[in-house]
Design a protein around this ligand. Structure first.
Ligand SMILES: C[S@@+](CC[C@H](N)C(=O)[O-])C[C@H]1O[C@@H](n2cnc3c(N)ncnc32)[C@H](O)[C@@H]1O
Length: 224
């Protein structure tokens, strides 16, 4: 059975887990997720005063990291979940966040220098529409970074075991089904090689790819 990814269902999941999202991320990634996000965003080599859209921004990790790397950049964080956005704003009080669906961006064509997405596209029902919107709103020569789970091999299996352990121990307080969704969505998500083809079909050109944790996590940088 494939995951139900209707926006209502996904928003409900993230609204419900928002309170422990950051803590669970630290636990299930054994503290690595923030460093990987930092390495990925640093590799974008963000230019001064650039305009950045972070879709599926969640609790605002990307915004926080971008602010440390290039404080003169203007970042907008966008997410469907109001509860996740509240936490993003608490972590980044000076920054701009808005509620919205990444498959229907309310921005003009060619507006952003960079569009970023971390562990987000995997949750979007109509991924093709989201990729089209990313392409449309990026300037020509602008860059898109996609960070998410990668290959379904050894590293991915270890991650599944850690998540199941987390659900049964520290995660008892969480709704276990929401974290079981995480495992299912990860295992159904195309591997990076396949995703790169999807991005290229939309007109993107691959600039860089880097894998972490035996390929379990991967980022790709693409240019419009
Ligand atoms: C796993 S979290 C990732 C959060 C953050 N980027 C990070 O790396 O920690 C996925 C986020 O995507 C958001 N999301 C899912 N589908 C969305 C959509 N269609 N439009 C906007 N946000 C969406 C969820 O509400 C959730 O906050």
């Amino acid at each position: 059975m494939t995951c139900d990814k209707t926006p209502q269902k996904i928003t409900k999941i993230f609204d419900e887990i928002s309170g422990y999202y950051d803590k669970m991320n630290n636990f299930i990634s054994l503290g690595t997720h923030y460093f990987i996000k930092k390495i990925a965003l640093k590799s974008l080599k963000i230019k001064q005063n650039s305009y950045i859209l972070d879709i599926c921004c969640g609790t605002g990790d990307f915004t926080q990291i971008i602010d440390k790397i290039e404080p003169r950049a203007k970042v907008i964080g966008l997410d469907n979940s109001v509860e996740m956005l509240k936490l993003a704003k608490q972590k980044n009080p000076q920054k701009v966040f808005m509620q919205g669906d990444c498959t229907e961006l309310k921005f003009k064509d060619n507006e952003f220098d960079y569009v970023t997405v971390g562990f987000g596209l995997r949750n979007v029902e109509n991924r093709y529409k989201a990729i089209s919107e990313i392409y449309r709103t990026l300037k020509t020569g602008g860059k898109f970074i996609h960070l998410d789970f990668g290959k379904h091999g050894f590293g991915g299996k270890i991650f599944d075991i850690i998540v199941l352990f987390a659900i049964n121990t520290v995660g008892r307080c969480c709704k276990a089904d929401n974290y079981k969704y995480l495992i299912r969505s990860k295992n159904e998500y195309p591997e990076p090689q396949e995703l790169i083809k999807e991005f290229e079909t939309h007109g993107f050109k691959l600039v860089k790819r880097r894998d972490f944790l035996f390929g379990a996590v991967s980022y790709q940088i693409l240019e419009k």
